[in-house]
Design a protein around this ligand. Structure first.
Ligand code: CP
Length: 308
């Protein structure tokens, strides 16, 4: 298996063996990610971060991963302070930045932007989210979280929220299909998972159940993966409020769940999870955001050819 110089664009580009290898390397690197063990795995590595949309976790966990491994980052910073504000194209920006760094992490509002950037770049492009497309490094850390905190093979999962535009949900579904997951998709009718993805999953003999009612599935699942319902997409705010209330994860809802149910969320959350759940054994979302560090460290070490 050779990841050296691979562009990381879509979960569809990964086999189960490839994912398993990344997750195993992440486990080995966890002490480095926690700052418990020193490493120079990224000595002389310069990673460029181009974020055309806001980010806390993805940007900072890439920074943490590279710095803890002895490398450096080159951050474009705010778009206003860059020449993108003068109208420079993404293609030109990529052709310039490839000369400054060994790999480029790109978040962009347009679906397909990372794939396009990879055509212009001689250094690896890592997709950190392309519009409503994919967010593959989030998916890798989601899988790592499920593996560490629950059971990945054959997991019974509910993915809830805005499944139409939620790129983390799209990437996760494709990856879970490699692990024989039973997938329950919980969303308002207007924000259902795109039909193309549901058909792809069913084509791989994955059990997919669609509902708008969380109570229908809560008793049976191992993992509840919540995502933000995007208020801005509802023409009528009262419709949003009805849906948001029906999908909110509350202590009352979790009373009906398995005792070892894990609640995940890619974050940021708004109102999806009641804060009183944060201190229960169900809450997994802050561990999940930490796991972004060892997983991105593993991925970078493989792509930079520092580990095999
Ligand atoms: N989960 C995630 O992508 O978070 P950020 O938008 O903060 O990077």
């Amino acid at each position: 298996m050779n990841f050296t110089n691979m562009d990381i664009i879509s979960m569809k580009d990964f086999s189960r063996d490839m994912i398993d290898h990344i997750l195993n390397v992440a486990e080995e690197l966890e002490p480095v990610a926690r700052g418990e063990k020193r490493s120079n795995i990224f000595s002389n590595v310069l990673l460029s971060l181009l974020f055309f949309e806001p980010s806390t976790r993805t940007r900072m966990s890439f920074e943490s991963a590279i710095i803890r491994g002895g490398g450096n980052v080159l951050n474009l910073g705010s778009l206003e302070a860059s020449s993108i504000s003068k109208g420079e194209t993404l293609a030109d920006t990529i052709r310039v930045v490839e000369g400054y760094a060994d790999a480029i992490v790109l978040r962009h509002p347009k679906e397909g932007a990372a794939r396009m950037a990879a055509e212009y770049s001689s250094v690896p492009i890592i997709n950190a989210g392309d519009g409503a497309g994919q967010h593959p490094t989030q998916t890798l850390l989601d899988l790592y979280t499920i593996k560490r905190e629950s059971v990945l093979d054959g997991v019974k999962i509910a993915i809830a929220g805005d499944l139409k535009y939620g790129r983390t949900a799209h990437s996760l579904c494709y990856a879970l299909s490699l692990y024989g997951a039973e997938i329950n998709l919980v969303s308002p009718d207007s924000l259902q998972m795109p039909e193309e993805i549901v058909n792809d999953l069913r084509g791989q003999n994955i059990n997919v159940y669609q509902t708008s009612v969380m109570e229908e599935v809560i008793e049976d699942i191992d993992v509840l993966y919540a995502t933000r319902i995007q208020k801005e997409r509802f023409p009528d705010v009262t419709e949003y409020e009805k849906v948001a209330a029906s999908l909110k994860i509350t202590p009352g809802l979790l009373d009906k769940a398995k005792i070892d149910l894990k609640v995940m969320h890619p974050l940021p959350r708004v109102n999806e999870i009641d804060a009183s759940i944060d201190n229960t054994n169900h809450a997994c979302y802050f561990k999940q955001s930490f796991y972004g560090v060892p997983v991105r460290m593993a991925l970078l070490s493989l792509v930079m050819g520092r580990l095999k």
